[in-house]
Design a binder for this molecule. Structure first.
Ligand code: CDM
Ligand code: ATP
Length: 294
């Protein structure tokens, strides 16, 4: 008897792949704490040309199904589903979708993978469901899902203030980055609730920003509890200026060219995983959308 190969869970080739890029926090200064416990910060969100991918099949019923579950995340907690439901509920759209996620970014890595997935779902479904919301409105819906969602919705390398949602586009030289995962997951909340986190960095003016004179205020605390992050930073600093992104655990090193970044990736001790990506001023999601609309 011939074996029937089921394709029911596979996306069809005509379902375009929508980029869901990573970001780096080139610096992260914590300038205060709000009454609700959230922290005011200053950061430079650098978009990368590397990340996850999402595919969507639009359906006529209002059902939203994620065909590729994320290990350890229940469907109702998945930011992709939450984003789709938020858009559906705000616009009253009666359309639904099946979604496929190709996950490449480490979770809890400080690369904003979950937030980026949510933003891609908002931007792509707004296009595919023809719900016509502006990026500002989508960013507002996204903020309720996570502090990092708006920057991915707006899709520009940007300075951020507030809790990360007040964005000022800030094009940067499109350097190459070696991003390395030390293999530990760090909960953002555990860092932000720690008594020893510095919370009073004096705000800088944007034109004063320089990589060498800025820092990540979470880095020292993370290194104290996670020796592997400290070890990795120490190793990378031998080759290039390096820093932790977000609340960790991933660390990046900055290079002016791709070849140099790739040669350090080849030298990486085998206990660590990494990738090389270019910093871009426009998110690959938005570049693709422009090409499609153009
Ligand atoms: C620090 C960054 O990684 C910089 O990119 C982000 O702003 C974190 O953004 P995120 O992962 O989307 O964070 P959320 O999911 O909104 O918040 C996770 C937890 O981090 C804390 N949190 C987050 C952002 C912020 N500005 N202040 C905070 O105190 C809160 O305790 C919150 O419960
Ligand atoms: N689609 C998703 N992809 C990844 N994580 C998700 C997703 N949906 C929900 N989550 C939850 O969000 C948590 C944080 O994931 P994420 O990969 O965004 O972390 P991060 O890179 O540290 O983010 P940030 O830099 O914003 O702090 C995960 O541990 C997981 O529980």
């Amino acid at each position: 008897m011939a074996t029937e190969i089921s394709t029911a869970r596979q996306p069809l080739p005509q379902h375009r792949s929508w980029p869901s890029p990573a970001k780096l926090n080139l610096f992260l200064h914590i300038t205060g704490r709000r009454a609700d416990g959230y922290h005011n910060l200053q950061s430079l969100f650098q978009m990368l040309d590397y990340g996850d991918h999402l595919q969507f099949e639009i359906t006529g019923d209002s059902q939203i199904d994620l065909q590729t579950p994320v290990a350890g995340v229940a469907s109702q907690d998945n930011l992709i589903i939450k984003a789709a439901l938020a858009l559906q509920s705000y616009t009253g759209s009666t359309k639904g979708c099946r979604i496929w996620l190709n996950k490449r970014l480490p979770m809890g890595g400080g690369l904003g993978g979950g937030s980026s997935n949510a933003a891609t779902a908002l931007v792509a479904l707004n296009h595919l469901w023809q719900t016509g919301l502006s990026l500002d409105k989508l960013a507002e819906l996204g903020l309720a899902l996570g502090a990092d969602v708006p920057v991915f919705v707006q899709g520009r390398t940007a300075f951020a203030t507030g809790v990360g949602e007040q964005l000022h586009p800030a094009p940067q030289p499109e350097h190459w980055y070696l991003v390395v995962n030390p293999g530990v997951q760090i909960s953002t909340q555990s860092i932000f609730t720690h008594a020893d986190l510095p919370r009073n960095t004096v705000p800088i003016r944007w034109h004063e920003y320089h990589f060498d004179t800025s820092r990540n205020d979470c880095q020292e605390l993370v290194c104290r509890y996670h020796g592997e992050v400290a070890k990795l930073l120490h190793w990378l600093l031998e080759y290039a200026p390096s820093r932790m992104t977000g609340t960790g655990a991933c660390v990046f090193a900055v290079f002016p060219d791709k070849d140099h970044a790739e040669s350090v990736l080849r030298a990486l001790p085998e206990q660590w995983q990494g990738f090389v990506a270019q910093g871009v001023n426009q998110s690959p999601l938005h570049s693709q959308l422009e090409t499609r609309n153009g």
